[in-house]
Structures are given as structure tokens and as C-alpha cells.
Design a protein around this ligand. Structure first.
Ligand SMILES: O=C(O)CCC(=O)C(=O)O
Ligand SMILES: [Fe+2]
Length: 216
């Protein structure tokens, strides 16, 4: 019974995400991850931090890769198939992939994702997520894990929308359980200066399986 109800709630959230993507270039739902799931993700986060598994995030790929704290200040830890505690996360993201493929004919094959922590006083300057040479990243997904986050804490995700000669912006708080999706090749965004340690999972839905990304 409760699984039936959960499925129904998930179906509604998936509809809401796709409607948003179609109508306003991004989809947002709250409570995509339950309080319990957020706690599990935060526990894993803490365990990886204790094991010193986080690395300073860089920009660019392979030969182009560089760490530049004037551009981004987060530390990341990639999620791997062997992270069995996180199989519920992978399962939900695969449900999202199947739904996007059925409703938007996207032909998504896989995803990659990493935990990210932005220490107090860090940010990520305006950028697009798709690389120039590699179009594998199609859809960006952001899962936020911060309980009791307010405007005063900063760290909003700012989205930029072109409007003729001008542009419009929208700021989104990184609240626990919230999921945001948008086109990785289209929507420029930045993480504003955070005044508190900020936790999230950033991921990308891919055009080709990860293992075939050398074909790009
Ligand atoms: O955490 C966020 O809100 C956005 C992170 C981001 O833009 C990225 O990792 O590419
Ligand atoms: Fe990004």
C-alpha cells in the first residue's frame, strides 16, 4: 500500500519535472528525497569526509583540467557503482532517466554524479555544464541536502535566462530533498557565495554509457 502511494507521488513529481523542463527550461520538485533518504546521503557524506575521500574540484577535462579557486571552491567525491548504500539514489535517478526517455525521447543511457561540499566563503562562477569537445552531458541534476537553509545563508543557485537583449535570473535555495534538473548545454548558472558549509549531489544524465565516453 505504502509503496503504491509512494509510486504515485513519484509519478507526480516526474510529471512536474518534465513540465518544468518543457515550459521554463528547468524542473524543480521538493521532497524528491525523503527526510530519511537525505539523512542516509548525509551519513555517507560524513563517512567519505572522514575517510578523506573529497578532492578539490577542477574545471575542464583531461589535458584541460585545472583547479582554480577563483572559479569554483567545492570539494567533490564521485559516486561509484560499488557504493551499495546509495543504490536507492541510483534507482531513483534511473527512474527519472526512463521517464525522460519515454516522454521527451532523449535516449539517455547513463548518469554520473558526485557529492559536493562548498566550504563557507566559496562559490562556483557562472558556467555551462556541457564541455565543448564532449556533448555527453545532456541534463544536469542537482540534489540538495541542507536542512534549514535560509536566504541569509547565501549559496543560492542562480539561473540565467536570456530574454532578447536582456536576461532574467532566478535564485534557488539548496534546501534538503529538493531536486532541480535543466539542459546542460543551454542553461548558464552559478553558485553564489555561501556563508555556511553547503552540501549537494551534482549529476549529469548522459547520452552514452560512461564506459563509452571515449567515443565522444
Ligand atoms: O550545486 C549547485 O547548485 C550547482 C553546482 C554546479 O553548477 C556544478 O557542479 O556544475
Ligand atoms: Fe554547473
Amino acid at each position: 500500500m505504502s509503496i503504491g502511494l509512494d509510486r504515485n507521488a513519484l509519478a507526480q513529481q516526474l510529471d512536474q519535472l518534465v513540465d518544468g523542463l518543457a515550459e521554463q527550461h528547468f524542473g524543480l520538485v521538493d521532497n524528491f528525497f525523503t527526510g530519511e533518504e537525505v539523512d542516509t546521503l548525509l551519513n555517507e557524506f560524513e563517512a567519505y569526509q572522514q575517510q578523506d575521500e573529497f578532492k578539490k574540484a577542477g574545471i575542464g577535462q583531461q589535458d584541460d583540467f585545472q583547479v582554480n579557486k577563483k572559479i569554483r571552491g567545492d570539494h567533490i567525491r564521485w559516486i561509484e557503482e560499488s557504493d551499495t548504500h546509495l543504490s536507492f539514489f541510483a534507482e531513483k535517478i534511473r527512474t527519472l532517466i526512463d521517464f525522460l526517455n519515454q516522454t521527451c525521447y532523449l535516449g539517455l543511457k547513463d548518469f554520473e554524479a558526485h557529492f559536493a561540499v562548498y566550504p563557507e566563503g566559496t562559490f562556483y562562477k557562472r558556467h555551462l555544464d556541457q564541455f565543448h569537445q564532449d556533448k555527453n552531458r545532456q541534463i544536469t541534476i542537482l540534489c540538495y541536502l541542507n536542512k534549514e537553509w535560509t536566504e541569509a545563508d547565501g549559496g543560492q543557485l542562480r539561473l540565467f535566462f536570456p530574454e532578447g537583449e536582456n536576461e532574467k535570473t532566478l535564485d534557488i535555495l539548496p534546501k534538503a530533498g529538493r531536486l532541480l534538473i535543466f539542459r546542460s548545454d543551454k542553461l548558464e548558472h552559478e553558485v553564489l557565495l555561501t556563508h555556511k558549509e553547503r552540501y549537494s549531489i551534482a549529476g549529469w544524465l548522459l547520452d552514452k554509457p560512461k564506459t563509452l565516453s571515449f567515443l565522444a
